[in-house]
Every structure is written in structure tokens, then in C-alpha cells.
Design a protein around this ligand. Structure first.
Ligand code: SIN
Length: 351
């Protein structure tokens, strides 16, 4: 009798543990490389190491605490230094995210990524993922082998955000150093410090509040399910170059971009997106040939406003509050749909 009671108790406990496990949400971690997967020769080496050298399973094994929050599965999309990111990888990643999120047994996605181009991939996904489920990008500023590596805690926080109900519908999110930012607004601000991702114009969406994310605002711009961009059948994105203005700028780079086959140019101008008088004729010429030119600014904060009549007459558009690298992503997607400037102007106003 005693034996029977004992085995009933054990089965009940196991059933309870099983139910508790089943109740956890399912999070897929897609790994792309970066410093979070970086490995250095010693634990004091913080620069000059190889980014993207550790595989997804090792990253998962390093943070067993994630299992308290979600059933975790991992997938390696690529393992690169994100300085080498390409639109082809971004397309592959977006397609895989959409495939996974269409499944009822996937509740959220975490993407590990190098910090150098993390904001570009995040914004690309913000415009191309067709789901309200949380998608969270995470990276690290110190390699996985470093003393006080920031990757493990950032990864744990990313899983917490990906399982949070409040993160749903907020667009693609970025978390590092406890700060939660929207993909559209976030940018890397410091070359080496762990406190590097901020949204200098519009501010963070939230932050970690001990165990949970706390959100304070949401973007009013179109994203994810409300986005018109469908990349399911897109094989290649058009070439769009960024031209960075400076004293002595003379249009050589603009001409080179056109010669290389650019369909769009983002001009990272001085101040409020100003164009050097020696460069303007090259951009005007490019615009006449059908290359869509968008003015942005090399200044890290503020809106690039409508400029001079001369620029407007030349058909040059403005990026609003998008920095040059975000404006480039939006222009690539816009050009994959249309070359009509009024349509592209509308797109820049809405996203
Ligand atoms: C990278 O972007 O892959 C290297 C730098 C980093 O992740 O911080």
C-alpha cells in the first residue's frame, strides 16, 4: 500500500513538473555571430579578437538560467563579424524568422548579432517580419572569453523580453546593457563601451526592472504586421550606397556610386543634411538618370528636414529622423517595390 501511495506521489510530481515545463513559452535563438560569439586569446583581451567563432549550442550552454523562462532551441544562420553583413544574409534571416513565427509552437525569437551592424539588421526585420510575436536582437561588447563578458546577461535578458507579453506588437527590439530600444530608433553610440546602444532622437522604449522588462512607450511608425514590405519572393535587394559628406567633398563618390550601378544614394550630409555645392551637380545628374537620392545627416541627433528649393527641384528626398544606415535599408526596400518618388516620399514619412 505504502509503495502504491509513493509511486502515485512520484507520478503526480512528475506530471506536475511536465505540465510546468510544457507551460513555458518556446523561444528560438537564431545566431549570426558577432562579439557575443567572439573568442580571444586571453580573458583580458577586449579588442582585436575574432568575432563570430563560437557556435549557438555553446552560447546556449553558457546561460542555463534561460531554461527557467523558456524552452530554448538554437539555430546557426551564419557565424560572422557583423562588419561583413550582407543584404543576402538579412533576407535569409527575415525569411527564416517569418517561417518560425508562423508556427503556433514558436512564441518568440532572439537573434544574436554583432553590434557593428545590429541596428541595420534590426530595422530590416522591423520592416519585413509579419508577426506581432516578440523578435529581440542582442549582442555584446566584450567577447565571450572576457572577464565580465556582457553577453550571457544580455542573452538572458533577451529571452526574458522575448517571453514578455508587453513586448508583443512593439516591433523588433534591441536589448543590451539592460536598455530596451526599438529597431527604428536605436543606434550604436560608443565604439567599445558596454553602454553603447541608445536612441538619441526618440529615447528608449523600456529597460529591465530586475527580473522583467518594463516598457514606457511605443513607436508610432509602421512596422512588422503593419508594414507593406513582403520579402517572401525577393531574391536580391537593389544596390544603395551611402555617401558621407566632408570639407572638400567634390562629387567623385556620387559619380562612382552611379557607375557601380546604384539604384539609390543616401547622402549623409553635414548639419541638416546639407550638400556641398561641388557635389550637388553629381547628385542632380544621378537623380535625372533615375537614381533615387535621399538626404540624411552625419549629425547623430535631429531630423533632416526638407531642404533648399534647388534640392527639392532635383527630386532629392529627405530621411526625417532616420540616420544614413537606416535610411539606406528603407530605401532598398522601397526600391524593391517602386521607383516613384512621391511613393518613396510617403514611405519615408510612414516608416
Ligand atoms: C561585430 O559586429 O560582429 C563585431 C563587434 C561586436 O559584435 O561588438
Amino acid at each position: 500500500m505504502k509503495k502504491l501511495l509513493l509511486s502515485a506521489a512520484v507520478s503526480a510530481t512528475l506530471a506536475f513538473a511536465g505540465a510546468a515545463m510544457a507551460a513555458l513559452p518556446n523561444v528560438s535563438i537564431l545566431a549570426t555571430g558577432g562579439t557575443i560569439a567572439g573568442s580571444a586569446a586571453s580573458n583580458t583581451q577586449m579588442t582585436g579578437y575574432k568575432a563570430g567563432s563560437i557556435g549557438i549550442q555553446t552560447l546556449i550552454n553558457a546561460v542555463p538560467a534561460m531554461k527557467q523562462y523558456a524552452n530554448i532551441s538554437g539555430e546557426q544562420i551564419c557565424n560572422i563579424d557583423s562588419a561583413n553583413m550582407t543584404s543576402d544574409i538579412q533576407l535569409k534571416l527575415a525569411k527564416r524568422v517569418n517561417e518560425l513565427l508562423a508556427r503556433s509552437d514558436v512564441n518568440g525569437i532572439v537573434i544574436t548579432h554583432g553590434t557593428d551592424t545590429l541596428e541595420e539588421t534590426a530595422y530590416f526585420l522591423n520592416l519585413t517580419v509579419k508577426s506581432d510575436k516578440p523578435v529581440v536582437l542582442v549582442g555584446a561588447m566584450r567577447p565571450a572569453t572576457a572577464i565580465s563578458a556582457d553577453g550571457p546577461l544580455n542573452l538572458l535578458n533577451a529571452v526574458k523580453v522575448a517571453t514578455s507579453k508587453e513586448a508583443a506588437g512593439k516591433g523588433v527590439l534591441v536589448i543590451l546593457n539592460d536598455e530596451i530600444n526599438g529597431a527604428r530608433d536605436v543606434t550604436k553610440m560608443n565604439t567599445t563601451n558596454v553602454d553603447t546602444f541608445h536612441a538619441p532622437i526618440l529615447g528608449a522604449l523600456g529597460m529591465m526592472n530586475s527580473d522583467k522588462p518594463a516598457f514606457f512607450r511605443a513607436s508610432t511608425k509602421r512596422h512588422t504586421k503593419a508594414s507593406e514590405f513582403d520579402i517572401s519572393k525577393v531574391k536580391k535587394l537593389p544596390r544603395v550606397d551611402i555617401i558621407y559628406s566632408h570639407a572638400d567633398d567634390d562629387g567623385v563618390m556620387a559619380k562612382a556610386a552611379v557607375a557601380a550601378g546604384a539604384k539609390g544614394i543616401v547622402h549623409a550630409g553635414t548639419g541638416d543634411g546639407s550638400i556641398h555645392e561641388k557635389t550637388f551637380p553629381a547628385l542632380e545628374q544621378a537623380s535625372k538618370k533615375g537614381v533615387v537620392v535621399v538626404r540624411s545627416s552625419r549629425v547623430p541627433s535631429g531630423i533632416t528636414t526638407v531642404g533648399t528649393d534647388e534640392w527639392t527641384k532635383a527630386g532629392i528626398l529627405e530621411s526625417g529622423s532616420l540616420n544614413p544606415q537606416k535610411a539606406r535599408i528603407l530605401l532598398q526596400l522601397a526600391l524593391s517595390k517602386t521607383t516613384n518618388r512621391e511613393e518613396i516620399r510617403r514611405i519615408f514619412e510612414q516608416y
